[in-house]
Design a protein around this ligand. Structure first.
Ligand code: ADP
Ligand code: ADP
Length: 225
């Protein structure tokens, strides 16, 4: 099965009102296991809307999201919650780490929520931090880390529960170009090493060129870019 299929996704805001905006007008995509796909479009085109729908944080007005063979329109709320928690990882432009928790704890918490025993969760956090070059930073709070380091911790958190699909929304968008380049490389290595699939929104064409293929969001539909 594909990891993700989007089938005829339509989504608007303020529908039926004077300020209605139709964002997605029948978007289709299929992402196979291990594929890393870029999502490119100008600001306001609907990248976040599409990623939120793909990650079950929002619902389409019509159309189907199929994750690992399960049609989410047919699924119960409980089944959707399980898929969102176990199969999908998110990375945002701003890291959204919990400021009162250490870097390691930020990676441990989602695993505990998922029923992983604490010792095992701590080991995995340590392993992930090592992969992103932050072994020495596990006990630091986000506020004590640089922007690039915070974002690397956010990648570890997204991968904490070993998802099948990573959804990333401008994951290095708030970093300076040089840091962005390095940190993006770290993300790509993590994704490649785990063999997961990823859909990564960016307006940076250099970053998009490093992915397997690119989808462009154009007038509410996805076209090969
Ligand atoms: P992108 O991520 O490509 O910048 P978004 O998905 O955030 O695009 O937004 C797509 C369009 O939908 C924009 O015109 C935006 O203003 C509009 N939009 C997004 N969220 C809402 C909302 N909650 N209410 C009304 N309009 C929205
Ligand atoms: P259609 O008539 O479009 O083939 P269905 O009646 O089987 O579809 O279900 C599609 C409807 O289910 C959509 O209109 C949407 O409102 C809802 N839906 C689709 N995906 C989701 C989702 N991920 N979560 C909740 N509801 C969804």
């Amino acid at each position: 099965d594909p990891v993700l299929s989007l089938d005829g996704i339509e989504k608007g805001y303020n529908r039926g009102k004077a300020n209605e905006v139709l964002v997605l007008r029948g978007a289709n995509a299929v992402i196979q296991p291990g594929e890393v796909v870029g999502l490119v479009a100008p600001s306001g085109a609907g990248k976040s809307t599409l990623l939120h729908i793909a990650g079950l944080l929002d619902t389409p007005d019509s159309g189907h999201v199929v994750i690992a063979g399960q049609d989410m329109a047919q699924a119960s709320d409980r089944a959707r919650t399980t898929v969102r928690r176990d199969l999908v990882g998110f990375v945002y432009q701003f890291h959204h780490l919990l400021p009162e928790f250490t870097a390691a704890e930020n990676i441990i918490v989602p695993q505990l929520a998922n029923g992983t025993p604490r010792g095992e969760a701590a080991d995995r956090a340590e392993m992930l931090l090592a992969k992103v070059g932050l072994s020495a930073r596990g006990s630091h709070r986000p506020g004590a880390l640089s922007g690039g380091e915070q974002q690397r911790v956010a990648f570890c958190r997204a991968l904490a529960n070993a998802p099948r699909l990573l959804l990333a929304d401008e994951p290095t968008g708030n970093l300076d170009p040089e840091t962005s380049d390095t940190v993006f490389g770290v993300l790509m290595e993590l994704v490649r090493e785990t063999g997961m699939s990823a859909l990564i929104a960016t307006h940076n064409h250099d970053l998009a060129a490093r992915m397997d293929r690119v989808l462009r969001l154009d007038q509410g539909v996805l076209v090969n870019g």
